[in-house]
Design a protein. Structure first.
Length: 589
């Protein structure tokens, strides 16, 4: 008798015997939409059609028989639902009981070999009937049923006889549903310095993003996936050591769709998705897994141990040691900063913040626990100008340097190619004295601008250092004021206790001797003098503290003006460099 083959979702298995094929169909390992055929050249026939023909012809399912390890493996269900048992376990009888049952045959159970032969004949008859139907054309009752397909791994003949079918667990939510629920809550943040990402966390339009996305800028706009724009009115919370900020947009709406934030850290190996607007492409999503959960101290230690990780050490120093980082393989690009990192249920588990530029696919996101702490401690709205000023993170600077080097190499290549073409078609006489003079003038101006930029950067460093010194002094003065206030409260309490005794009735006077009474009077006078002195000292401390606060504000204004001047000079230098390159391309040497 020829062997049988079966096919599930364009994957073919076999050969198997008739008995094994029936056991696979009966156990559900071959779904109703599967196909079977006898031999390698016969046409494929649907299992569903075979079962309908068998049930219409009154064919019985295989009778109960002794289960061997291979038959139990074939009969194991391949879906997550429990199947009603069709066989019962029969204990192995002794030789004496076999003789007794052979003599009686009162249960009318046919021999297993006869059942297999009879079933095979019925299957052959059903195949002939179905082949005849296929020649005549399919009827309405032969239409395929819409049943979920069962995925079965590719196994060989021995595995089909000895191992149960394995069906992967279906996800609870599809990627399309995840994207539909999250896209409307992810935004692109547009500033004068570049673009970043963010996401909505409440119905009034509170946006979470990274501080370095919005830092050193006075205004910003938020763009949603539907094309709507909103102006950023200010911020209600900032965590400088975690590079997080909460923004409030200028809108009267209260129906924004918020992303849920989970306080539970994701598991290592769990699938996560990074959403945002890399390079301005709003609505982008990448998937990956959680590579590790790391602390800021661990990342800093790893960077310090790497002799070649100088820039990475600078990036690690930009953040606090108490920050919990989620290392993920979800690809992140410039522009993803501030976007959400969500799990398969669409819950925010982190905020995409930075990548390691000297490695492949090593990305980090601030965990949702640190984000929730900032959300719980939100304050009144303040303008963006009140955000702490500072330079961009070192990893962003490193990325921009790499991009600048690539642009320069590309420009040099284009310039060389055009210069060669120009030399082949034009003569050196086209280079006029005016072009030479302009090039020399541009070189001189660029040199002066670079010198001014270095001077502005040096002044900025001095202002930052002076501001840090003033803040430390203000903090120490504040602590001194608190200590002075504590001493005043203690002295007032002691004075009140003495006055209560000294101003009591004359009967109280009899309880003390003349020396004790005089000593308490002296203590009262000393306390009064000390309180007067401490009051004057507190006024001096308050004046010192106000002076330091005013000095800090003045330094902050100087820092802002310095940054504006630096930006102006930077734009001027870029314009001169572009002009210099254009002249060099048009009039090669």
């Amino acid at each position: 008798m020829m062997d049988w083959y079966y096919k599930i979702e364009e994957k073919q298995w076999g050969p198997v015997s008739v008995a094994q094929l029936l056991q696979l169909i009966h156990a559900g390992a071959i779904p109703p939409e599967g196909l079977v055929r006898q031999g390698e050249t016969a046409p494929w026939i649907s299992v569903d059609q075979i079962q309908s023909v068998l049930s219409g012809a009154g064919t019985l399912v295989p009778q109960p028989q002794l289960q061997t390890p291979s038959s139990r493996a074939l009969a194991a269900p391949s879906t997550g639902t429990e199947l009603a048992p069709t066989t019962r376990r029969v204990p192995v009888p002794t030789r004496r009981r076999r003789k007794k049952r052979r003599s009686g045959r009162s249960d009318h159970v046919p021999h297993p070999m006869m059942v297999a032969i009879g079933t095979a004949l019925v299957v052959l008859l059903a195949i002939l009937v179905i082949e005849r139907r296929s020649f005549l054309g399919p009827s309405q009752n032969d239409a395929p049923r819409n049943k979920p397909s069962l995925r079965m791994p590719l196994i060989d003949r021995q595995q089909a006889n000895d191992a149960p079918s394995i069906v992967p667990q279906q996800p609870t939510d599809s990627d399309n549903q995840l994207i539909e629920r999250t896209d409307r809550s992810v935004v692109q943040i547009e500033t004068a310095n570049g673009n970043g990402s963010g996401f909505v966390i409440d119905s009034t339009g509170t946006i979470v993003t990274n501080l370095h996305v919005i830092q050193n800028t006075g205004s910003a706009d938020v763009k949603f996936i539907d094309g709507s724009h909103y102006e950023v009115a200010g911020f209600i919370g900032v965590a400088e050591d975690k590079d997080l900020v909460l923004l409030r947009i200028r809108s009267s709406r209260d129906d924004f769709k918020a992303l849920p934030i989970t306080k539970k850290l994701p598991r290592k190996g769990e699938t996560v998705y990074a959403l945002g607007a890399p390079r301005g492409y709003l609505g982008s999503i990448t998937d990956g897994i959680v590579s590790a959960i790391r602390s800021g101290t661990e990342i800093r230690q790893i960077a310090m141990d790497d002799v070649d990780g100088g820039e990475r050490l600078d990036a690690a120093l930009d953040f606090g040691e108490r920050v919990t980082w989620i290392q993920t393989s979800s690809p992140i690009s410039p522009g993803n900063s501030g976007g959400p990192l969500v799990n398969a249920r669409g819950e925010v588990v982190g905020v995409n913040t930075w990548i390691q530029t000297d490695a492949q696919n090593v990305n980090f996101a601030v965990c949702s626990e640190d984000l929730q702490e900032l959300v719980d401690n939100s304050q009144e709205m303040q303008p963006l100008a009140m955000l702490p000023a500072g330079s961009e993170p070192s990893f962003v600077t490193h990325q921009r340097r790499q991009e600048q080097r690539l642009r320069e190499q590309r420009m040099e290549s284009i310039e060389l190619e055009k210069r060669q073409q120009r030399l082949a078609s034009t003569s050196r006489s086209k280079r006029t004295a005016r072009v030479v003079q302009e090039l020399e003038h541009l070189q001189k101006e660029m040199k002066e601008i670079r010198s001014e930029l270095k001077q502005l950067e040096s002044i900025r460093a001095e202002i930052v250092a002076e501001r840090e010194r003033v803040r430390r002094s203000a903090k120490s003065v504040y602590l001194e004021s608190e200590n002075s206030a504590q001493r005043r409260r203690q002295s007032r309490a002691d004075l009140a206790r003495l006055n209560k005794i000294l101003l009591a009735k004359s009967s109280k006077r009899a309880s003390y001797s003349d020396e004790q009474w005089a000593e308490m009077v002296a203590q009262r006078d000393a306390l009064n003098a000390l309180l007067r002195h401490m009051k004057e000292h507190a006024k001096v401390i308050d004046r010192r503290h106000e002076k330091l606060i005013a000095q800090d504000r003045k330094l902050e204004e100087q820092l802002k003006f310095n940054f504006v001047d630096w930006q102006t000079k930077k734009k001027e230098l870029s314009a001169n460099e572009i002009r210099y390159v254009e002249l060099g391309v048009q009039f090669p040497k």
